[in-house]
Design a protein around this ligand. Sequence first.
Ligand code: HEM
Length: 445
Amino acid sequence: MTAQRMAADTTASPPTPDGVPLFGNGLAFARNPVDAMERWATLGDIVRLDIPGQEMYLVTGPALIEQILVDDHESFTISPAQRETFSGVEDHAVTTTTGERWERLRRALHPAFTRDAMGRYADRTVETTAACIEAWDDGEQIDLYEEMRRLTVTVLADALLDVDIRGREAVVMAAADALVDRANFRRPGQLLPDWVPTPTDRRFERTVTELDAFVDDIITERRGTDRGKDLCSVLLDAHDAGDLSLAEVRENVVAMLLAGHDSPSVALTHVWRVLDEHPDHRAMLTEEAQTVVGNEQPASELLPGLEHTRHVVAETLRLYPPTLGVMRQATEPVTLGGYDLPAGAQFLLPQWPVHRDDRFWDDPTTFDPTRWERATNRPEYAYFPFSGGPRNCVGMHFAKQELALVVATILATVELAVSVDGPLTFTPSLQLRPEPAIEAIVTRR
Ligand code: HEM
């Protein structure tokens, strides 16, 4: 551990990386966020970033991450960037609210994410994945990331909302694109005052209006049918009981469609990419998939048999976390890593550099799914793809189950040969979307 990492002088400021005049560290971040975060993390567990107009800290020490997300979570709230990005689309949703409303929404969502609910979603996940890949022809070239997005939107709508949206996925995907663009640090409009409308703002408004109308139709459709225990039913039941307004029902469905498809599709794209680079693991997973999938067991009982698949998913989420990081803002003065920091300070807790820190990981950049078989004493928050603490990812169990089941269902019938057009870089936004085109040739077994 370096002297800076042990610094406990509350009057000092954390180290700051060298920046450029006017833009500070913002330019390096916009150019290549993962590269910049990895370099800055070497300066210490907490680093002050020079971002004009903001008091921003990069936190990469697992103990400090745990302090923010778990131990002292009451001293922090979600970041202004998160609120601004989702404003006008999810103002009444669990993703952007705080305090009593956020607690009420998390409580209302809970019955849709229980262990029993996961069992029901497993069947739908396998069925829908099988139906989606039916549409791929032998020898066809697919845009891998686009296809994974289409698949995850469809699985999500089918499992969580009990609605078949095949052929209508574009409405959700366009709104997600508009949100990622809105938060893109490279977008020229980022420097303009909020009241100047940009093409990105206009596209955002159009796609969100379309998504709202689409979700209103889904809700109308579902209100007229029998209720089950899926997320849509749970929200509508809460509305009937007077616990949720109709706006809250709609905006939480919107939030799930957006938050619930993008990260899993990024993760799946990387799974296929790394399996293509590691034929030994692909062969092992294929054998596992062919043994486990299609052996007449209900889908909810497949997961224990997919151990290697689950480890490949965990390792992919370690090396290629789908989100830029978790963001928080201090609501009161806090002491972190020995530094006294004021209320209003913002914190970025990025998974990428922490998941590759050689203090906690052997051969950190090596893809090694077998590391998940070995016991370890690494700190809990050296790995946090789904965040942690009371505000962690609502969809974590759904996502873990979905990723393993989708990978196994596809591998049981199809082989994907992947090609990446250029070096792997990422959109500088809240979501670390791969930038180069990633294509795959489908071979049916
Ligand atoms: C690989 C897949 C996924 C990853 C890596 C992921 C990651 C995350 C992360 C890092 C957060 C931020 C939590 C925080 O601020 O502390 C989050 C929040 C959230 N995620 Fe996920 N997520 C994934 C899949 C899903 C799915 C499938 C759903 C829905 C079914 C979902 C719904 C949400 C919601 C609603 C929130 C906001 C929670 C709140 O603020 O209370 N996510 N996710």
